[in-house]
Design a protein around this ligand. Structure first.
Ligand code: B12
Ligand SMILES: *[C@@H]1O[C@H](CO)[C@@H](O)[C@H](O)[C@H]1NC(C)=O
Length: 425
């Protein structure tokens, strides 16, 4: 008993003062390489979140990073202007764009968006969209985008040293207190994590809020909810929210005892190869380096270790098995009407490949997707579109369990029934 007390006291002293420590250099290095590898593909839009993660890492490939930033300034920039022409809000993408520029110490004032024949600096435009979202919350009780993006917007302004209006920050604080940060069915760990970083930034920068005591309460609430989301295996929320949750806890000044097991869970995921999607890697890597988006405030871009190189190309050829698995696909439309389709697919196919095979069989199943930073988002099924503007989406589950990945990442390894249901949120 006494030895136990001594041992745990010893462990505690070792842990205290080390904010969520992580070592495993080699593991981290190969993870950084994997992310660097992803910027080489020209098929998808360059991803600002990936850029931020590379820039927050210890080892760099400065030539590839600067090339990537140039592509973001051209292609991603154009994509934002295209959305503006379609009268869409671009809060989340614009916030990540600003943070990406900031992560490379790029002069923000030199970049402008052209919209309605007007030229506006990125920060001014983001401020305007945040005002608009604030109105949407005031009159429609939620932002047109979502609180994840609203928080990213506050974070980007704050990290760039721009004063955030007290009305804008108050809406987020209020939403935290009234449990409104959830786009889906359950508490959203991801949104709480970004909200935590945004509000912590306001506090650190001494940016005026309506009520300081209320800000502190919201921060404490977020921290508690993140800690409460911890599963027995250490993850906070799921595999894909844990990175952001750890980042937020580090930003909020947590010590080892509070996120050590989550850090362990992330390392175990790394070894298991859980993360392939560049967006997923980009949300995990900073946490493993014990860095957070708040570090971008004081990013200096000097004396960086420019030794990160790609290994000679070893294309990870995935050989599909000849074994077939049987798959049922159930579609539940908004009217409640349901139809079931059956097909055999090669074991190890992605759900996307499986749905394509099903579509090719011409048994009445059709689908369409939209691109996002996470990849292909299923938007149309059997001619019915689940529109985000109507707050609807196609929810996907397997034998009753919600998928935690998108259709291109989810692999069919066993016979199962996939349910695609038009759902409101
Ligand atoms: C809000 C949100 C949603 C909303 C988005 C609509 C809205 N306007 O609010 C809704 C409820 C529709 C949604 C749905 C889903 N989501 Co979601 N979502 C988020 C969240 C919290 C924020 C996304 C965001 O606004 N990003 C803004 C950035 C700046 O831009 P963006 O990425 O291009 O934004 C768009 C995409 O993210 C897209 N989107 C949202 N979720 C998903 C999931 C996938 C797989 C894809 C391809 C796209 C996508 O919607 C955003 C707005 O248009 C993230 C959390 C996170 N860590 O990123 C989870 C997250 C991205 N979602 C996730 C999942 C699993 C899903 C679902 C697959 C759940 C399910 N079982 O059905 C579905 C998608 C199914 C489909 N039809 O393809 C996972 C993805 C993990 C992974 N490895 O792929 C995340 C990381 C949450 C988590 N920790 O599990 N989601
Ligand atoms: C850069 O990192 C590598 C690998 O960790 C290390 O061996 C090297 O000494 C570092 N170089 C500089 C200039 O710090």
């Amino acid at each position: 008993m006494i030895t136990l007390v001594i041992v745990s006291a010893l462990l505690l002293t070792l842990a205290v003062g080390k904010p969520c420590a992580s070592d495993h250099e080699a593991l981290l290095l190969s993870f950084s390489k994997q992310l660097l590898q992803s910027v080489d593909t020209q098929e998808t839009l360059p991803n600002p979140s990936v850029h931020i993660a590379l820039r927050l890492s210890t080892h760099h490939n400065l030539a590839k990073e600067s090339e990537h930033l140039n592509r973001i300034k051209a292609e991603f920039h154009d994509d934002i202007e295209k959305s503006l022409r379609n009268n869409e809000l671009v809060v989340g993408h614009l916030a990540l764009y600003i943070l990406a520029l900031k992560s490379s110490c790029h002069d923000l004032e030199s970049v402008h968006l052209t919209h309605n024949e007007m030229k506006e600096s990125l920060l001014i435009h983001l401020k305007k969209e945040m005002e608009e979202e604030k109105q949407n919350i005031a009159f429609g009780h939620r932002p047109k985008t979502n609180y994840y993006q609203y928080s990213l917007g506050i974070l980007a302004l704050c990290v760039s040293g721009v004063r955030v209006s007290t009305h804008v920050s108050q809406k987020l604080i209020h939403a935290v207190e009234h449990r409104q940060l959830k786009p889906g069915e359950s508490l959203c760990v991801d949104s709480h994590a970004v909200a935590g970083m945004a509000l912590q930034c306001l506090k650190d920068e001494g940016i005026a809020v309506k009520d300081n005591a209320e800000l502190d309460r919201a921060l404490a609430t977020i921290k508690q909810r993140l800690l409460d989301s911890k599963r027995a295996d250490g993850h906070m929320g799921n595999e894909f929210s844990t990175g952001l949750a750890v980042q937020a806890l580090i930003a909020m000044g947590s010590q080892m005892e509070e996120c050590g097991s989550a850090m362990e869970a992330l390392r175990a995921d790394l070894k298991k190869g859980t993360y392939h999607n560049p967006m997923a890697i980009s949300q995990v890597l900073p946490a493993l380096h014990q860095r957070t988006y708040l570090h971008l405030k004081s990013q200096e871009c000097r004396n960086e270790n420019d030794t990160l190189t790609l290994d000679a190309d070893s294309p990870a050829e995935v050989l599909l098995s000849h074994r077939q698995v049987s798959l049922q696909v159930e579609v539940m439309k908004s009217s409640g009407a349901s139809s079931v389709f059956s097909i055999h697919v090669p074991r190890g196919s992605s759900l996307f490949e499986a749905l394509n095979l099903l579509q090719d069989k011409q048994t009445g199943f059709t689908f369409n997707t939209e691109d996002s930073l996470w990849g292909a988002f299923l938007s149309v099924v059997n001619e019915e579109q689940a529109r985000q503007t109507d707050r609807r989406y196609w929810h996907i589950s397997s034998d009753g369990t919600s998928l935690t990945q998108g259709i291109k990442d989810y692999k069919i390894d066993l016979a199962q029934k996939i349910t695609i249901k038009n759902t409101g949120y």
